[in-house]
Write a protein that binds this ligand. Structure first.
Ligand SMILES: [Zn+2]
Length: 227
């Protein structure tokens, strides 16, 4: 109750630490902007996110902006983005990360950004797909457009807990399809999501995209959860 009261008086707080924001600060305070745990994976070939996909999908480059720690500020940030309606976090973080990716030169050949589609039911409940906002922020800094209509999530995957890894993969892979493959032919696609953990959803999306002739896929996420 006290927190609700405080947020009424000070409506603009840092999405990560909760401290009040200065007028010039957008979504994240200056301290968090500099001190959230960055992975700098985009500067490292064969980084842990890239390794996740070795032998699973042919990915050009992969990286995650922050390291996700249980109970930490990054977890709080992601929670606010996904469950608290704070869509602007995706936009802000995307813009910041886009600038760093651009500086590294490694993502120069990207032609199109595609966010991982959400289950229709989840999107309705939440009202938005958080990854679309991250994609939008990246798009602003990388000057590359975003496509949210070509990669489609077909249906909900069944309960996966009792399945083997192989059947889980089959199951997850069959839920994505491409609406108009010709739109993506010969493109280098940056596939984006909020958090990468096991990489199975990103893998399924990537394998679907890689069926299109001469397509290349890279990956960027807000956070990497090492479990
Ligand atoms: Zn902060």
């Amino acid at each position: 109750m006290l927190n609700d009261f405080i947020s009424l008086i000070y409506p603009k707080n840092c999405a990560s630490c909760g401290n009040g924001l200065f007028k010039h600060e957008e979504c994240l305070c200056t301290f968090c902007r500099y001190h959230l745990p960055k992975t700098n994976f985009h500067l490292q070939n064969g980084n842990p996110v890239e390794k996740l996909f070795w032998g699973r999908a042919d990915i050009v480059s992969a990286a995650a902006y922050y390291a996700f720690g249980k109970g930490g500020k990054v977890q709080h940030l992601i929670h606010q983005l996904k469950y608290n309606g704070k869509k602007e976090i995706g936009l802000t973080v995307g813009k910041l990360y886009g600038l760093e990716l651009k500086q590294s030169g490694k993502y120069e050949s990207i032609d199109m950004i595609i966010p991982v589609p959400l289950h229709e039911r989840k999107k309705k409940k939440r009202g938005y797909n958080q990854s679309e906002y991250f994609a939008e922020g990246l798009s602003k800094s990388l000057h590359v457009s975003t496509d949210t209509s070509t990669l489609i999530r077909a249906n909900e995957s069944e309960t996966q807990t009792k399945k083997s890894r192989f059947s889980r993969w089959q199951n997850v892979e069959s839920i994505f399809h491409i609406a108009e493959p010709e739109k993506l032919t010969k493109k280098h696609i940056l596939l984006v999501d909020d958090v990468v953990t096991t990489g199975s959803t990103l893998e399924a999306c990537a394998l679907t995209l890689l069926k299109i002739p001469d397509v290349k896929v890279s990956i960027a996420t807000i956070a990497f959860a090492n479990n």
